[in-house]
Design a protein around this ligand. Sequence first.
Ligand code: COA
Length: 153
Amino acid sequence: MTYIHPAARFSNPANVTIGPHCAIGKCHFYALGEIVVGERSIIGDDVFLCTGSHDIYADDFHLTIKPIIIGSGVWIATGGTILPGVHIGAGAVVGAKAVVSRDVPAGAVVVGNPAQVVKTGRPIPSFDPITLGSIDVETSIRRLRAAVMGTDS
Ligand SMILES: CC(C)(COP(=O)(O)OP(=O)(O)OC[C@H]1O[C@@H](n2cnc3c(N)ncnc32)[C@H](O)[C@@H]1OP(=O)(O)O)[C@@H](O)C(=O)NCCC(=O)NCCS
């Protein structure tokens, strides 16, 4: 199963392919061109996947479209922007608010604007992002409340 947040936006959904066991947040697939997401990948809230731009040197400012390919086991954290033509390799992580203008190698962690590699060698995770939603929130809240109140959890 793949989870897609009800408020996720898909411009041209026919251009979007998402693999199994992905978790898709309240993000925007601006799919003028093709967007492909592998399996077990997580796309956070406020992520913008942008396949369209303009030829700023042409008199007619014509539209340019390039696909975005996101590998398996990728995490694009909150607020990331992925620009046209970018390929994000398997297991890579895009840090919060990063602007990714160039390909990201498999297993790399990139942050910033423009996104730069800060770490390499992250293995492709084997967990299922869908089960993350079933993290024991009640236990966490109970422990937090106990810590605040100074009582046993
Ligand atoms: C990228 C991320 C996963 C951290 O990965 P990490 O391997 O633990 O990285 P570190 O914390 O060791 O940071 C490595 C470097 O990148 C910088 N960095 C980390 N995240 C960054 C970000 N989002 N933007 C800019 N710089 C960032 C750190 O300051 C550090 O820089 P330094 O080496 O000069 O001190 C994390 O910072 C991040 O962005 N998380 C997303 C949070 C989020 O979206 N949460 C919502 C869903 S739960």
